[in-house]
Every structure is written in C-alpha cells, then in structure tokens.
Ligand binder design. Structure first.
Ligand SMILES: O=C(O)CCC(=O)C(=O)O
Length: 296
C-alpha cells in the first residue's frame, strides 16, 4: 500500500506538515468517538484531574469540562490499536522508515467557547532524540475548521532553530514571545475533516488558540519516532523493555542514528509539579494566546 504520493512526501519534508484524507473509515471514526465519550463520561463524578483525565478550567461535575485524555495509548486499547490500521501504518513507515516507536499521545479537547490554548512550542523541546525522524499525527474527532481552533503551524520551521522553552528560569514547554522575539506571522491553519489525519514534524513550531466557536474540537494526537532515534532526555532513555513494548512496528535499534541537530534539554524542571503541557504552560510569563473568560 502507498497512501502518500511522492509529492505528499516532498511537501512534508519541505514544509513539515501534511493532511492525509480518509485516514479512518466511517465506522472507525464512530468507534473513536464512542470510546472517547465513554472515557469522558467519568468526568461527571470528578472534582480534580487524575492520571487519565485532565480537567479544564471552569469544570464542574454538573457541567464537566475535560481538556485532555492523558497517555491515550494506555488509557484505552483502541487508541493504540488504530496505529496498526493499514492506512495509518503505511503513512508512518513511509515517513519514518520500517521501524516505528510510539512515544506518547493524548486526546486534546477544546470545548465550545472555551478550550485552553496550546502555546507555541516545538515537541522537540520536550523530547530531544539522537535524530529528528519523529512526528505527531492528529486524528480529529470533529471537523477541524478555521472557526474551532485548528492546529497552527509555521511551515518550514522544522528546519530552523530550537527555541528556548523556559520561562522564569524553568522549562515550561512554551515559547515566551517577548523573551524570544517569536515571529509566527507566516503561520497557517491545518484544517482537516473528522476522519482525516494531520502530521507535523517534531521540530515544527505549532500551537492553537482557544475555541471561539460553538463547535467542539477534539483531536487524538500520537507522537512517534523512527526505531533508531533514541531519547536524549528522560523518561525512556535506557529503558529497553519500555522502548520495546512501545514499538508499533519493527525493533528498537541498538545503534542509534546520530545526527548533528540543534538541541536544548527540557530543564531545569519546574519546582511545582506540572505533568502535562497545559499545566507546564501555565508558567509561561508572556503567552501568545488569550484565555477564555471562564479561565481567568
Ligand atoms: O491541540 C492542539 O492544537 C495542539 C496539541 C499539541 O501541540 C500538544 O498537545 O503537544
């Protein structure tokens, strides 16, 4: 099977992102939605985030608001299983090579007229590796249009520098627009219908706004690496059993492919525990996106 044309691959290599139509069948999409509804139903009894669900600002048990299903592949087997669907696997092996390892994933949920923004960042800042054959795929559960806070990317930025993701002296997983002089004037919106798949390179500058529309925006993201890309930062470095268990296809290589690339380690760690991107980015001194009214 070859889902991607040579032009698609050239586009991805040059611009750092891609939209793949019809990644999921209608039935697969329905299952993905049903699984997610089932995961989120529990929020009605929750007053604080736990290891699986991260509550959003303004959450009340009677009006639940969840912004993330954490560690998606471990939260529900279907989230992991869809990585082996032929169309998805074919895209992964075309872009990453014959062995592919899962790094992590989540379902990011932006409630209508709400939804915590994702500040500009590069995934590479969170998990630098020995080479940068890493990417994230996004599977929108809802049509992701201009109105409901689509993923924003800066084409070509995956070939540029790695930005400082610290603020106030600590790694906060977001880029301080004042301190770094961040310029995102060339950003484009990655719109995609439900059932399609987005792809963005690990060094891509990306983020997303709050959701100003009446429609939800839910996207399952999985992060993946070539089997010969070894993590430079914990967690995961040197945990062979974990690396092996996380292979989507092929074996982890014991001879990491080393490429000279710009790297910054995700340190120093914040003294306040912040286990997700949103929690870390709360410490960003100069955010780029406004927060929803209820979040203030
Ligand atoms: O939800 C989004 O729009 C972006 C997600 C993202 O970049 C992340 O969670 O790392």
């Amino acid at each position: 099977m070859t889902v991607l044309s040579a032009a698609d691959v050239a586009f991805y290599r040059d611009r750092g992102y891609l939209v793949v139509p019809d990644a999921l069948s209608a039935t697969e999409l329905e299952t993905l939605r049903a699984v997610t509804d089932e995961m989120l139903a529990r929020a009605r009894w929750m007053t604080a985030s736990d290891d699986v669900l991260e509550l959003d600002t303004g959450h009340k048990p009677e009006a639940p608001r969840v912004r993330r299903v954490k560690a998606a592949a471990y939260a529900h087997p279907y989230y992991r299983r869809l990585l082996s669907f032929p169309r998805i696997l074919d895209v992964l092996t075309t872009l990453l090579g014959p062995s592919v390892r899962l790094l992590g994933g989540k379902v990011n949920i932006k409630a209508p007229r709400h939804g915590t923004p994702v500040e500009w960042h590069q995934d590479w800042a969170y998990y630098p590796h020995t080479n940068d054959d890493l990417l994230a795929i996004g599977l929108p559960l809802d049509d992701m249009g201009l109105e409901n806070a689509p993923l924003l990317v800066v084409p070509g930025s995956h070939k540029g520098p790695i930005y400082d993701h610290t603020s106030g002296g600590f790694f906060c997983g977001g880029i301080d627009r004042v301190a770094t002089g961040l310029d995102v004037s060339r950003a484009v919106a990655v719109t995609a219908p439900a059932g399609a798949m987005t792809v963005h390179h690990v060094r891509m500058l990306h983020g997303s706004d709050l959701n100003r529309s009446d429609k939800p925006r839910r996207v399952l993201f999985h992060e993946l690496a070539a089997g010969d890309a070894w993590p430079l930062a914990y967690p995961g470095a040197a945990d062979y059993a974990r690396l092996k268990a996380d292979m989507v296809v092929g074996e982890p290589s014991l001879t990491p492919r080393m490429v000279a690339l710009p790297v910054r380690m995700p340190l120093p760690e914040s003294p306040v525990e912040a286990d997700t991107l949103y929690a870390k980015q709360d410490y960003l001194l100069n955010p780029s996106f406004a927060r929803a009214e209820a979040a203030r």
